[in-house]
Design a protein around this ligand. Structure first.
Ligand SMILES: [Zn+2]
Length: 255
């Protein structure tokens, strides 16, 4: 498995043919380009998704596509450099990417999603693809990390651009993080906020720095722990998914 290429863009077409003739599974990382507070790069979400997806591909021998960098981020737009596409455009782009894979026989797709704002569009797509005979799973590292390492960070360190996410950036590309600019900012509470209430707020309604909660406690060591734990979990999923028969995963007939 060591010598086998797993990054699609590095393969030639005969190499891609050899892979897709014998495999029905692929990994598709997706993310966003949006503000992550003063210390972190705008690419945080797509760079982390790429890092997790490519390492998982190396450990499992499953092909990994280039990361799709732009996602659903309009709630961050008041902070400079955020690039956003609509849920409809994002869903369509991911769909057509998946259908290209399907042309070569792929019927199992693992989406590694680096940005929570993409989730609704991805799940809508996953249900539609299941009807077309393609089973798509979606992995989100922060959900896994809070279960796998519940004591590593406090809740106020686990939110957008907080210490946990910043730690992953430090572990994967520390040259892009300026910890001297890190801030701890208490998240503001909107006057209409209440239990059970969901409001169409933007980031700027709740924080002036773009970071939610504590960032300063980030470290490379904690980032490595999170990276290893979430990759380990995703590798387990990919191995199971690889073995599964896709027909067993599709919609059941009516009773
Ligand atoms: Zn993020």
């Amino acid at each position: 498995m060591k010598d086998q290429k797993v990054l699609l863009y590095e393969m030639s077409w005969p190499e891609a043919k050899a892979y897709f003739s014998t495999h029905d599974i692929a990994i598709v990382p997706v993310g966003s380009n949006e503000q992550h507070g003063p210390p972190n790069p705008l690419g945080t979400d797509h760079l982390i998704a790429k890092g997790i997806a490519e390492e998982t591909a190396k450990q499992t021998g499953v092909v990994c596509l280039q990361v799709i960098p732009f996602g659903v981020s309009s709630h961050h737009k008041q902070f400079w450099g955020t690039i956003s596409v609509s849920p409809k455009a994002f869903k369509k782009y991911v769909e057509e990417t998946c259908l290209s894979l399907n042309y070569y026989g792929v019927r199992k797709i693992v989406v590694v999603n680096g940005h929570g704002g993409n989730l609704y569009a991805l799940m809508e797509l996953a249900r539609e693809l299941r009807e077309k005979g393609i089973f798509m799973s979606v992995f989100q590292w922060w959900t896994a990390a809070s279960k796998l390492l519940p004591d590593l960070f406090k809740p106020e360190e686990r939110r957008h651009a907080g210490a946990e996410e910043t730690s992953l950036n430090l572990a994967l590309h520390s040259n892009l993080v300026k910890m001297a600019r890190a801030v701890d900012e208490e998240v503001g509470k909107h006057m209409l906020q209440g239990e059970g209430m969901t409001l169409p707020l933007s980031t700027i309604d709740e924080t002036s720095s773009g970071a939610f909660g504590k960032t300063r406690t980030a470290s490379v060591e904690k980032g490595r722990m999170v990276f290893n734990a979430v990759v380990g979990e995703l590798v387990k999923h990919v191995i199971l998914f690889k073995k599964a028969k896709v027909d067993d995963l599709l919609q059941k007939p009516k009773v």
